[in-house]
Design a protein around this ligand. Structure first.
Ligand SMILES: [Zn+2]
Length: 329
């Protein structure tokens, strides 16, 4: 009934986070790697609004957190994931079997969305993007202090602080942190549109403005990392970049987009938080999705039945022979 095949597929009824265009998709959150041009979408209200920035022609079904919804043989519930505004874990009840898909999640404080909790279950499909023990992140508060210090230090020296952060989620976390210090921001157009939606849902991001040809003096600039090379910064005067990402823990990987400074503000769980989820939820079987497959080996060592899977193919990422693995019959 449920299998991994270009998403978590429940027969012909629906697919959770399909990786291809689908008829009926349960969408965990609005990041582009979890969202395609589906015909119908079941998601939280903010996810539906954010999705409409990229896709216009889908039929939305809005689901509040912890509201139950039946499709075919499954009862579906969404629960906060702490990853970005609207982000949800998906809880499925299939004939008494409780299956939790965490989607992208984190426990570290994120004031721009609802806090994630651990949901005990029979089967757990968990985001293990940072599934290696060296992925330890400072508390959100510490990252916030580093960010504010970076901005103030540069502004004081007449240098424009340029923060590189993904358009949906990370940019707004940065803006929320800076707003507490009354720092105004000039933001890239996609960040601006998403931020308007955050504001509509009651998240205070302070005073932010659409970035014009050049930043206004005294403001911090926020750009998506991939957009920086398309921006004509010749008239900007002096500026310094800071990359906001959990990947800055891996220095070589992180710094190709910035001039050498990064803050490990992650929007995914650390290794320890992933393990804590599994140990607390006590599933009979764990499937790890995204990130290094070796975390499945680790979970086996500490007593869980675990397997690393590719969400697209359903193949085990440790042993590529399994193919469209049937999870339940
Ligand atoms: Zn995401």
């Amino acid at each position: 009934m449920l299998k991994i095949d270009r998403g978590i597929r429940c027969g012909e009824y629906f697919t959770v986070d399909p990786t291809v265009k689908s008829n009926l998709a349960i969408v965990s959150h609005a990041h582009s790697d979890h969202l395609k041009a589906h015909r119908e979408i079941v998601a939280t209200a903010p996810t539906v609004e954010l999705a409409s920035l990229n896709y216009k022609r889908f039929e939305p079904h809005i689901l509040n957190f912890y509201e139950k919804f039946e499709i075919g043989p499954a009862e579906i519930e969404l629960a906060p994931a702490g990853h970005m505004l609207g982000s949800a874990q998906v809880i499925l009840d299939l004939s008494g079997e409780r299956i939790v898909y965490t989607g992208d999640f984190k426990f570290n404080e994120n004031r721009t969305c609802a806090r994630a909790e651990i949901h005990p279950c029979d089967t757990l499909l968990i985001d293990t993007t940072y599934g290696m023990p060296h992925y330890k992140f400072p508390k959100a508060e510490e990252c916030g202090e580093m960010l504010v210090e970076f901005v103030f230090k540069n502004l004081k020296s007449g240098i424009t602080p340029v923060i590189l952060a993904y358009s949906f989620g990370k940019a707004q976390e940065a803006m929320e942190i800076l707003s507490r210090e009354d720092i105004e921001t000039d933001v890239y157009k996609k960040i601006y549109s998403a931020s308007k939606i955050y504001t509509k849902f009651g998240i205070d991001l302070g005073r932010f403005h659409l970035l014009e040809d050049r930043p206004v003096s005294g403001r911090a600039v926020i750009l998506p990392p991939g957009a920086f090379r398309f921006v004509d910064s010749r008239g900007w005067g002096r500026y310094r970049t800071c990359f906001l990402s959990g990947w800055v823990v891996d220095r070589n990987r992180a710094f190709k987009n910035s001039d050498g400074f990064g803050i490990p503000l992650s929007d995914h769980a650390s290794f320890d938080d992933i393990v804590r989820y599994v140990e607390t939820a006590k599933p009979r079987k764990v499937y790890t999705l995204f990130g290094p497959s070796r975390i499945a080996e680790y979970l086996k060592r500490i007593g869980f039945k675990a397997e690393a899977l590719d969400l697209k193919t359903g193949r085990s990422t440790i042993n590529h022979s399994t193919g469209n693995l049937e999870l339940f019959s």
